[in-house]
Design a protein. Structure first.
Length: 429
């Protein structure tokens, strides 16, 4: 659908036919957390025509400065009815783009950051596509591990139907909302699951990841449970990754594919991959934005290992999946560094910018390449300070906001005295 009168009429007709009473206007703060507010159906047409004014201070994350009049303009392509809400007086949603009411203030809209990057790439006829594998934990209502769900990787035992029934319901809700699911299965750790979404354009996928996180949490709540995308919620279990399968199209051609190379990855694909590796440390403040993110990046957790000058295999961070000969549409790069709790709009922006820089500057992967991924949020902050790459990738306003948010998070964390410290130090101090 296009943002035109036909689309508007379609939405108004859908709202009438499905007894929609409330429309949730969705947007994300700078940290990728879903925000929004509801309007009544009586105001839907006015919202489509003019947008809605609200206090946009909420989009600044932890670094909120005060109230800021902001216009939420709905993206009509994102109209969907929420399947978990009642059929009577039902509820729909629209993702929104945000702008300052007065045009005198800068509104930091991470969705708009990605849109600008995609438009910039489109000037060279590039289109960026992704498919993610989204990992999460499905716990009991007390946010604790359920011992009965002791299944392992790809386990299909009937005794673990708690998880399989839960995944089934998540998949059905997602597909009812127009989000195609490629696969779902139990992950390595007990109570851990994965949902893989089908390959699509970057903006649609970022919206889909935000929607998936809500659907999973809502479904868990409906089952008297709790779901979390926290990068590593338990010290004795694996973390939650967001493995991304990337491709770049020029027209109808997947420019990552080559039938003349051993791994079927073209020279442009090699450059794109090299660009991601080149800037992976600087973008870690986006791909792994939380203090807890770096507890996932430890040895023996089936994730990239953080730390400078480590002789890790490149494939721990980024790899080329095998494809059948001639299957050019499936020539992709898998990027394994991000976790499930990142802001997908900013993360995709940084990945795309890094890859295109790799193509532009003909970057090659060094034979003696060594990992330089920061091992803590503090290190990530230091690496990102004065990063021209990040400023170019997400813009000065978003860059400054991210740094301010992350510095605030680190300072607050650093001041907390933990039970571990008391237990350890009081033995001898």
């Amino acid at each position: 659908m296009n943002n035109n009168s036909d689309t508007k009429e379609y939405i108004l007709r859908q709202a009438s036919e499905h007894d929609v009473k409330f429309i949730r206007l969705w947007f994300c703060d700078i940290l990728g957390r879903l925000k929004g507010f509801a309007i009544n159906v009586e105001d839907l047409e006015d919202c489509i025509d003019k947008g809605v004014i609200f206090d946009g201070g909420a989009i600044e994350g932890l670094a909120r400065q005060g109230e800021s009049d902001t216009i939420a303009t709905p993206d009509l392509n994102t109209w969907q009815i929420l399947p978990w809400r009642p059929d009577e007086n039902s509820v729909a949603r629209l993702f929104c783009n945000l702008n300052s009411f007065s045009n005198q203030e800068k509104v930091i809209d991470s969705r708009n950051v990605l849109q600008k990057n995609l438009m910039k790439a489109n000037k060279n006829d590039y289109k960026f596509y992704l498919s993610p594998e989204i990992e999460f934990y499905y716990l009991d209502s007390e946010k604790k591990i359920v011992d009965e769900d002791d299944a392992g990787y790809f386990d299909q035992r009937s005794v673990v139907n708690r998880g399989s029934n839960f995944r089934r319901e998540c998949v059905l809700s997602l597909e009812e909302m127009g989000i195609p699911v490629r696969s779902s299965h139990h992950e390595v750790s007990m109570n851990q699951h994965e949902i893989g979404l089908r390959h699509t354009d970057a903006l649609t996928m970022a919206d889909s990841i935000i929607t998936t996180r809500l659907v999973v949490k809502q479904t868990a709540l409906n089952h008297q449970g709790f779901a979390t995308f926290m990068p590593r919620p338990f010290g004795n279990l694996n973390g939650n990754g967001l493995h991304l399968y990337l491709s770049l199209y020029q027209g109808d051609e997947n420019v990552f594919y080559s039938e003349n190379t051993k791994n079927n990855l073209s020279n442009l694909g090699e450059n794109f991959m090299a660009g991601i590796l080149e800037y992976s440390a600087e973008m870690s403040i986006l791909t792994n934005q939380w203090i807890n993110s770096y507890k996932r990046l430890l040895p023996n957790l089936e994730a990239p290992v953080a730390g400078k000058d480590l002789s890790n295999n490149i494939s721990d961070i980024i790899r080329i999946p095998n494809i059948l000969k001639g299957d050019n549409n499936n020539a992709r790069i898998e990027f394994r560094l991000p976790d499930s709790a990142c802001n997908p709009y900013l993360t995709f922006s940084a990945i795309l910018h890094a890859g295109l820089e790799g193509i532009k500057n003909d970057i090659k992967i060094e034979k003696k390449w060594k990992s330089n991924i920061p091992s803590s949020l503090y290190e990530a902050i230091k690496v990102s300070e004065n990063s021209n790459f990040l400023k170019d990738a997400i813009g000065n306003e978003a860059y400054n906001s991210i740094l301010e948010n992350k510095e605030k998070e680190w300072i607050e964390h650093h001041s907390v005295v933990t039970d571990y410290e008391r237990k350890y130090y009081m033995k001898f101090l």
